[in-house]
Design a protein. Sequence first.
Length: 460
Amino acid sequence: MRSLLAACLILSAASARASSDESAAQAAAASFDGSAARGGASAAPSASGVAAPAAPPAQPLPKSDVELRDDVERRGFLYFWEQADPATGQVPDRAAADGAKAADPVASVAATGFGLSALCAGATHGWVTRDQARARAKATLTFLLNTAPQEHGFFYHFIDARTGARAYGSEVSTIDTALLLGGVLTARQCFGGDPEIRALATAIYDRVDFPWMLKGTPPLLSMGWTPENGFIPARWGGYSEHMILDLLAVGSPTHPIPPSEWNDWARESVHYGTYTYIAGDAPLFIHQYSQAYVDFRGLKDGHGIDYFQNSVTATLAQRQFFADMSKDVPTYSADVWGGTASDTEGGYKAWGGPPRSAADDGTVAPCAPGGSIMFTPEQSLDALREMKKRWGGKIYGRYGFVDAFNPADGWVDKDVIGIDQGITALSAENQRDGKIWGWFMSNPEIGRAMNEVGFKKETP
């Protein structure tokens, strides 16, 4: 994952097959179970009495949009299926866009989380059989529980995909662990009829000692820890991609943190043209990663914020920002845009906008509009279509779009990055039929956490 720290470095939910006790627990969280995403009526009230949000029906996409969305998702799935180590299930941080495999692959645990979710989507759409996906998920979870190094349940950001050994001297990362857990808990529900998968996934989640990461300067969670220097001073102190981390921590059945922590981080407003939204940084990924899993549609917290709509606005603002930059960078337009954390000619950088950054030099990261397909399908797919139409096979291949390219000077990245293929694929799946939201939100711990931190159905 490219958290703020790292940038400075995937049928239906299977609750019907779960035990009756688990089903009862899920009913208590029904107000946030993703039923609206699956096109169902509002669920029964939860234990807290909060009725399920009824998301407005999505307008049907044109056939050309459906075909592009589905192709982008299928190619993204292929990255996770082909590149993951078949024995350990660990997904490489990056790979060659042509599909060549690295001799010594280094995995990103956040990419592995996206890969677990991609398995669920892939089995649903018949890209692999359900038995194949289940076996891969089981191998992945077994490795995570029994082999991959961890500290108080938190995983290292980068590990050797074959052995699990810590790589690049990376940190034990809170956000990367949280995004991994998003996939772990998605797989737990998707393959809920398999008691071994349920047990493995539950053990991985229950082992995480969330309060440990509050040590040092409570009440904010640390971004990570290293054996050499202890806790990283940087804390999750402002709006960012960490909302899933907070909810997992509050909802933990074994090591919870106080619900009040949700209220302790800043929510600063950004104004650009006619757009106003909250943001803690310029890259678009901060508005996308948590919502690959958490369905905030139709809900507001105690601060009165609709986080789903906030991400819609942030995406539209960035699109307008790039269109406005066309005065200085003619290759940018309302259909050629996208800034996030990505490769650039100068290396991997966290960038975006507004405001302007050094990487706003013609560089385009397709995963920025790709990751917002669930928020702004029309505008995002228009951008992806235009890029594919104009630059074709130079930027669109076996796994979909390359990580980044610069039409102003002809530079094209030779790589794809796991988390970028992941956020694009999961966003496409959520826009398609909400299945990732449905599986993840059917975990009772998440509904409980959302109740405890104060989420309520929006009042018209």
